[in-house]
Design a protein around this ligand. Structure first.
Ligand code: FES
Ligand code: FES
Length: 189
């Protein structure tokens, strides 16, 4: 990463003023120099879609894109992000239109409590930008650093594959069981 730009010492020695470019908009924020990108996105920019999880680089809940690449925002100093393009989950939707990843997660029930979902969506977005037709194994590998304690991951992988197909302009749809579950076995009386 290049040297931080647009960072000025603030009146108080331990604080800086920086302009962060997030989802195409400039946010000029003042924050303690040691604060992470996660903290400043949430507390300085008011963008609370990015989630606090472990703050140790282990859960992936805080993943955002920095110049198009997924990073764990709990491990990046906010000052280092100045002068770079930051993308968060708030930037996925276009007007009233959900991004295909968001729509596929919603339709398939790939988000349950939803706490892991913003980090997974952003990591998946970066994957699909690099690899528009990933295999299930490639999706699993890309999302290996994003922990989910609710879904069992199967629907997440299906949702990413479905969104990839939609983005490629294909009409592929997951099997009906993916939406409704397997039919119940017939009971003999
Ligand atoms: S909060 Fe950043 S990896 Fe867990
Ligand atoms: S949906 Fe709850 S942690 Fe993933």
């Amino acid at each position: 990463m290049s040297e931080p730009r647009n960072v000025e010492p603030a009146a108080e020695a331990s604080r800086v003023t920086a302009t962060l470019r997030v989802n195409g908009e400039d946010h000029t924020v003042v924050f303690p120099v040691h604060h992470t990108l996660l903290e400043v996105l949430r507390e300085g920019c008011g963008l609370t879609g990015t989630k606090h999880g472990c703050e140790l680089g282990e859960c992936g809940a805080c993943a955002v894109l920095l110049d198009g690449r997924p990073v764990l925002s709990c491990l990046v100093l906010a000052a280092e992000a100045a002068g770079h393009e930051v993308e968060t989950v708030e930037g996925l939707q276009e007007g009233n239109r959900l991004h295909p990843l968001q729509a596929a997660f919603a339709d398939l029930g790939a988000a349950q409590c939803g706490y892991c979902t913003p980090g997974i969506l952003m990591t998946a977005k970066a994957l699909l930008a690099q690899n528009p037709e990933p295999t299930a194994e490639e999706i699993e590998e890309a999302l290996a650093g994003n922990l989910c304690r609710c879904t069992g991951y199967r629907k997440i992988v299906q949702a990413v594959a479905w969104a990839a197909a939609i983005l490629r302009g294909e009409e592929e749809r997951p099997p009906e069981e993916a939406f409704l579950g397997s039919p119940l076995p017939e009971v003999r009386r």
